[in-house]
Write a protein that binds this ligand. Structure first.
Ligand code: AMP
Ligand code: ZN
Length: 491
């Protein structure tokens, strides 16, 4: 079995991943607060977890991975948006969830197994808060409930900070009812017009951090495998989740591996709504940039490194994908061919590709390996290339690839490319008849470059793919209509 290695924030080491239960690998990602469109930076954790999800499914089996990504649908930013616009909170959250799904679908991200909404888990949060009070880790004060950070010796361990550092570094809300300025809110009172629920501490709503502790426990248990998010969530959000969960369930581990992605930057600064230096995923899709190109650019940098979105990278990703889809198309890749390869036992991952990807999700390395695999000359030789593209989620729809394909699997030259060679030879015959030697030579050069061997017998040309046959040079010219349809899909 493939060994997956992950850089574990908790231990600051790259470790072999050993699941608690290989029959049910469990992972949790902190999801969006739903009040506005996702910006491109927000896609980074989703794509990290999507690649992880796909890899886990490949290694442990499709039905043996549970992926939870929550939806924060109660939060002050949402209330503020409702107040600003005069709209109902439920309308804003429903609309934003729809946008989020559309945008992440366009980037080829699989939907998680569960997408719990915070407002559906208020009862579990109340139970957990009551339990934390009972165990002496939290205290009610003036309609609030606060977590007492001094009650948990390991507070700050994940991000490697002392409580004094945290006080100095964070914008801590000092409030008279807090015993320690670092104590954070588990529950707070709601006034008129604010969303709220009845609780033992009065009418109110949860603080942000408690939802992830309550929902991960409800859906994944007291101990699960992987938790993650952007590095900006390490402190305070993930520290607080750990404090809540480990104090509520001292027997459990909460999450064993913590995986954090670095930030997407714009001119050296984190892309963020508050800095105003952001563009949304929808902005890019609306410019006609296909989701696959965006995904390719995002996977081109390892998740642990900061990255910039640049137009140069977009252009390079676009050119590479054109070429790659052309190769797939030229060899008749589509659902039928894949089914045939599966039947022959030829639809599997390239071991080197898998090894690179499994080594802490080295997506740039995996893409580099695909460049090598793309040089295959036959569908069988290209099967691992296609499989790798599929594993990275770079083909949204295999049925869109063989637009001109009759759908027959193999022989070595797909019907589409064979038809194209026939058309080129007919073109050459026409040029010769018209004494258009320039065009005739041009066609000859195209066929030579592709390694097509032509035999002229009695004015009739026949051809076979030579030993150096390379359909990709032909498809570059040939597949433009396919590419256009592929682009149109994203508009
Ligand atoms: P925010 O929009 O700041 O509430 O963040 C929502 C999620 O997106 C969090 O998981 C952040 O870690 C992540 N995130 C926000 N900005 C960026 C960025 N520039 N690059 C990568 N991830 C980000
Ligand atoms: Zn969370």
């Amino acid at each position: 079995m493939t060994t997956i290695r992950l850089q574990n924030t908790k231990t600051r080491k790259r470790e072999d991943f050993v699941p608690i239960d290989p029959a049910n690998v469990r992972m949790y990602l902190c999801g969006p607060t739903v009040y506005d469109r996702a910006h491109l930076g927000n896609s980074r954790n989703v794509l990290l977890f999507d690649v992880l999800f796909r890899l886990m499914r490949h290694v442990y089996g499709t039905d043996h991975v549970t992926y939870v990504r929550n939806i924060t649908d109660v939060e002050d930013k949402i209330n503020l948006r409702a107040a600003e616009t005069g709209r109902e909170i439920g309308d804003i959250t429903a609309e934003t969830i729809g946008w989020y799904h559309d945008d992440m679908d366009a980037l080829g991200a699989l939907r998680p197994t569960h997408e719990p909404r915070a407002t559906d888990f208020i009862a579990q949060m109340v139970t957990m808060i009551a339990d934390l009070i009972d165990k002496g880790h939290a205290y009610p004060a003036e309609g609030h409930v606060l977590f007492a950070v001094e009650s948990y010796a390991d507070y700050g361990k994940l991000s490697g900070r002392s409580i004094d550092d945290m006080i100095a570094g964070a914008r801590v809300e000092v409030a008279p009812y807090k015993r320690n300025p670092m104590d954070f809110v588990l529950w707070k009172p709601s006034g008129d017009g604010q969303p709220g629920w009845d609780s033992p501490w009065g009418y109110g709503r949860p603080g942000w951090h408690i939802e992830c502790s309550a929902m991960s426990q409800a859906l994944l248990g007291e101990s699960f495998d992987i938790h993650g998010g952007g590095v900006d969530l390490q402190f305070p959000h993930h520290e607080n989740e750990i404090a809540q969960s480990c104090c509520a369930n001292p027997e459990g581990d909460f999450a064993r591996y913590w995986v954090h992605n670095e930030m997407l930057q714009v001119e050296g600064k984190k892309m963020s709504k508050s800095l105003g230096n952001f563009f949304t995923i929808r902005d890019l899709l609306d410019q006609g940039i296909p989701g696959e190109v965006i995904r390719f650019v995002m996977l081109g940098t390892h998740y642990g490194k900061t990255m910039d979105w640049t137009d140069k990278r977009r252009g390079e990703a676009d050119a590479t994908l054109r070429n790659w889809y052309g190769i797939l198309h030229g060899h008749g890749f589509g659902p039928k061919l894949i089914a045939a390869l599966q039947a022959e036992g030829q639809w599997d991952a390239d071991p080197e590709f898998l090894g690179v990807l499994a080594n802490d999700l080295n997506t740039p390395g995996a893409l580099a390996r695909l460049h090598v695999l793309s040089k295959g000359k036959t569908p069988a030789a290209l099967a691992r290339f296609a499989h790798g593209l599929d594993m990275l989620g770079l083909v949204a729809d295999w049925s869109a690839i063989p637009m001109f394909d009759g759908g027959e699997a193999g022989p070595d030259v797909a019907p589409a490319i064979a038809a194209h060679v026939d058309a080129l030879l007919a073109d050459r015959a026409k040029a010769r008849a018209a004494k258009d030697w320039t065009r005739a030579d041009e066609v000859r050069d195209i066929l030579n470059a592709a390694g097509v061997q032509v035999t002229d017998v009695g004015g009739q040309a026949t051809w076979v793919p030579g030993p150096d046959f390379d359909a990709s040079t032909l498809v570059d010219i040939y597949w433009q209509p396919f590419f256009e349809s592929w682009c149109a899909k994203s508009r």
